[in-house]
Design a protein around this ligand. Sequence first.
Ligand code: A3P
Length: 325
Amino acid sequence: MDVNEISKNLERDEQETISLIPSLPSDIDFNGTKLFKYQSCWYDSKTLQGILNFQRGFKPQETDIIVASFPKSGTTWLKALTVALLERSKHSSNHPLLSDNPHGLVPVLELRLYTETSKPDLTSFSSTPRLFSTHVPFDTLQGALKTTPCKVVYVWRNVKDALVSLWYFECANLKIKIDEERSLLESMFESFCRGVSYYGPFWEHVLSYWRGSLEDSKNVLFLRYEELKIEPSAQVKKLAEFLGVPFSVEEEESGCVEEILELCSLDNLKNLEVNKIGKTARGVEHKNFFRKGEVGDSKNYLTPEMERRIDMIIEERFRGADLKF
Ligand code: A3P
């Protein structure tokens, strides 16, 4: 294809996007942002543009690895673990995690690489496996992978902890004091319960990957943040096997699993210089990705009534699925 043809195709894609977005169902989320419903989930128009570009232009390779999650469900940890597992034989010093944040090392396809174009320059991803991430649900991701079976690792987390984590993250990004922003939590909670929230509904998201993992367990791994916390060694070994880089007996005996867990621990990452001072390409301070990492912390912020209401919604939505929440 010559240069003129490429630019004509890009223009056509742009036109299609411009006419598609306003034709989709729309609603307003907790902070007044207009969201559009595309393939059963909700996005702002910029994110949706990135998703459409990604679905059109992404050329998957069988060796690609995609880290997927609903926002605030343990993405940073999973990215760090994936990098650490794949890089473990290559670095004794200057490990990539010491000089970049996990989000810099594993960019979000629709939020970073494909935001402006369906043909981004991916030459810096020349070595294999290429590592990417996404927050889109499984069916939308499949639209971009077409028929190439990449490895997809998904992490999910208790909805209440994800919600409180998101609240903290928003407050940190907006530089507002958490105790002054109880009303923000309440409106976010309403958006979550209605299902009209960025990348939501939460339950559609989780169920899409759960089904995906049942249909194709060789290529879709479904992990849970709480299980990673309870039995990190077993879960990391499972992840290593899935990624095709299992630990050898010698590695296990020499403490390699524990070293990786220590490198990727919340305390260690949080205290690295690069994570104390840096920012992502989108301007988010690295430090905002690290908070407490505690299971059940939402209890300290949600009222019993809020907990009951969201538990009931999730129970109903997950009915028939063998998922503990
Ligand atoms: P809390 O806000 O509950 O502390 P994401 O990475 O998807 O944005 O999710 C952020 C949540 O993961 C935050 O939870 C954050 O503290 C926690 N987290 C970040 N890095 C972690 C790590 N290395 N280990 C465990 N939890 C981590």
